[in-house]
Design a protein around this ligand. Structure first.
Ligand SMILES: C[S@@+](CC[C@H](N)C(=O)[O-])C[C@H]1O[C@@H](n2cnc3c(N)ncnc32)[C@H](O)[C@@H]1O
Length: 274
């Protein structure tokens, strides 16, 4: 049997061991990117083979947490894909102007940049006070970072450009204070955000929402996990609720999607619950 096939068997056993021991389910993650990440950690940590890695994961929780933070890709930005925020301001948020209360779930929020960007957009559109944002992720370390709302000062130039391109109405610097090499976001942006641990693969609905954003997360899932999570989103949305995916993540090819959702924007991958 070629080495790569043996490696595949070992990685499948590793993923099963993680699930049995810690309850984190990576069994339905897109294979190539999962394998790439496992092999990179193997090399970086100078571990002889995957079986040895499995032994360490079972007996050493700190090592497991290190692996976990490497298996989940946490790349994010404030106002990532600015045209999405323009669409929110122009076409999506106005639908909720008359609502007494708006519940928004940001699933796979990473270190919080997306949640804070949505909070700023809601504020500028006069909707923040009646909104509650639930921002969730599988990874506890990224959630701890998200709660702090502290970001490297070096990112602010790009974020300012994104904010402007996304239709920002003020000077972006009004939302943070710079201190040495980092910036602290305006604490009031956190008032209506709850950060919580939630695993899309294994946990049940997080409550009934008006808007769900799950951007740049589905790309890491197999089609069958995507289909499972889409059902969860359908159950978790009010009638006429909005689902926002990453711009490259059309859901229209996922099983049953057309039964649950209608496309509102193909360029921004925004859908309405039927
Ligand atoms: C690439 S980031 C996307 C962050 C943000 N949504 C954005 O678009 O910038 C993907 C996030 O999904 C999270 N994630 C991966 N698997 C998950 C799961 N099963 N349940 C919840 N979050 C998950 C990762 O921890 C990571 O923070």
């Amino acid at each position: 049997m070629p080495d790569s096939e043996n490696e595949n068997i070992e990685i499948k056993c590793l993923v099963e061991a993680i699930y049995q021991k810690y309850g984190y389910d990576f069994r339905e993650y897109a294979w190539d990117s999962l394998k790439r990440r496992v092999m990179a950690i193997l090399k970086e940590q100078k571990i002889k083979n995957i079986s040895q890695m499995q032994h360490r994961i079972i007996y050493d929780k700190a090592f497991f947490l290190l692996l976990l933070s490497n298996l989940t890709v946490n790349v994010t930005q404030m106002f990532r894909n600015p045209s999405f925020y323009r669409k929110l301001r122009k076409n999506i948020f106005p639908r909720f102007k008359e609502y007494p209360f708006i519940k928004i779930w940001i699933a796979g929020c990473s270190t919080g940049e997306e949640a804070y960007s949505i909070a700023i957009t809601l504020k500028e559109e006069g909707l923040y006070k009646k909104s509650q944002i639930y921002a969730t992720d599988i990874s506890i370390p990224v959630l701890e970072k998200a709660k702090q709302g502290i970001f490297p000062v070096g990112m602010m130039k790009d974020y300012t450009n994104n904010y402007r391109e996304g239709g920002g109405k003020k000077s972006f610097s009004e939302y943070y204070t710079a201190k040495y090499d980092h910036t602290i976001l305006d604490k009031t942006l956190r008032d209506n955000i709850t950060f919580a641990d939630h695993n899309l693969a294994t946990d049940s609905s997080f409550g009934v929402m008006d808007i769900i954003c799950c951007r740049n997360v589905f790309i890491y899932f197999t089609r069958s996990l995507q289909s499972h999570v889409l059902k969860l989103f359908n159950e978790s949305l009010n009638h006429g609720g909005i689902l926002c995916m990453g711009s490259q993540e059309s859901i229209m090819f996922i099983e049953d999607a057309v039964d649950y959702f209608e496309e509102l924007s193909s360029t921004e991958s925004i859908y309405i619950k039927k």
